[in-house]
Design a protein around this ligand. Structure first.
Ligand code: NAP
Length: 252
């Protein structure tokens, strides 16, 4: 069964492992190409955009794809919208791994804002030491609030010309643990954290560390992200794919 996995997440890597180990599937993992040196994967990979809905429709047809799993990040809304539109056009089933958001704990001090630009505005006029944990694509939003000193953690080096003037970049890849996150926030005398509500375990430690140190968090809300059949995990995705396979005893 030809399967396309839209990836770039922990769940996509977990699914890639399960698919590679199951001879009933012939799967390709697709990455946007944002990371120059992605982790090696046990599946065939393709890298780069498809060229919008039209390009994805063409790709699904050319590759005779029988099912798509959208395992993109909760903030990758455009890719998901394209997947919903393209799968509907070519009548290919689409399953979407939906990672639950983090819930605000009673000791958390969150201010929820709709965009990275709104997060920059929410920091206010008084200069602060800000920890940005959002990925390099959103750093440009903080160039409009140059009064603050930023520590940004990204996987890849950001474009310096689009970043705020006073920024130090820590190039690191998660997962991170609570003690090291608490140490980082204390050592850097961080006043406020800006985060996406990514959900999952890999990057939650900074939220716990901020809670422990009573540091407020500006939380950028999730975008509306269209989805196909909702799946909770890579394991559920495999079970759902088996159900789509006409050759499987559980097939429909
Ligand atoms: P996006 O805004 O939804 O997508 C923008 C365009 O990038 C899409 O229209 C598509 O181009 C291409 N694209 C995105 N994901 C792709 C994939 N898996 N395979 C092939 N093309 C893809 O996405 P984004 O927020 O830039 O995220 C890009 C990638 O990074 C995603 O794979 C996502 O899972 C991962 N990621 C994102 C975040 C985040 O905070 N946004 C965090 C961690 C990981 P075409 O229209 O040309 O097909």
């Amino acid at each position: 069964m030809r399967v396309l996995v839209l990836g770039g997440t922990t769940e996509a890597s977990a699914l890639a492992k399960l698919l590679a180990a199951d001879p009933r599937f012939d799967a390709t993992l697709s990455l946007a190409g944002r990371t120059r040196d992605p982790r090696p994967q046990p599946l065939a990979m393709r890298v780069g955009g498809f060229g919008g809905v039209e390009g994805l429709v063409r790709w699904l047809g050319d590759e005779k794809v029988a099912a798509v799993i959208d395992a993109t990040h909760p903030y990758a809304a455009r890719m998901s919208a394209n997947a919903v539109a393209a799968c509907a056009r070519v009548v290919v089933p689409l399953g979407s791994i939906v990672r639950p958001p983090w819930r605000q704990h009673e000791d958390d001090s969150w201010r929820i804002v709709p965009t990275a630009e709104a997060a920059a505005a929410a920091l206010g006029k008084t200069p602060l030491r800000v920890f940005l944990s959002l990925g390099r694509q959103d750093l440009h939003a903080f160039a409009g609030a140059p009064q603050h000193r930023y520590i940004a953690r990204t996987i890849e080096a950001p474009d310096e010309t689009a970043s705020p003037p006073s920024i130090r970049v820590l190039q690191m890849r998660g997962p991170f643990d609570r003690d090291s996150e608490a140490r980082l926030l204390s050592d850097e005398a961080i006043d406020i954290v800006v985060s996406k509500n990514s959900g999952g375990d890999a990057t939650y430690a900074k939220i716990e560390a901020a809670r422990e140190l009573e540091i407020p968090v500006v939380m950028i809300a999730r975008p509306d992200k269209p989805a196909g059949h909702a799946l909770a995990s890579a394991e559920q995705a495999i079970a759902w794919l088996h159900g789509r396979d006409p050759g499987s005893p559980r097939g429909v």
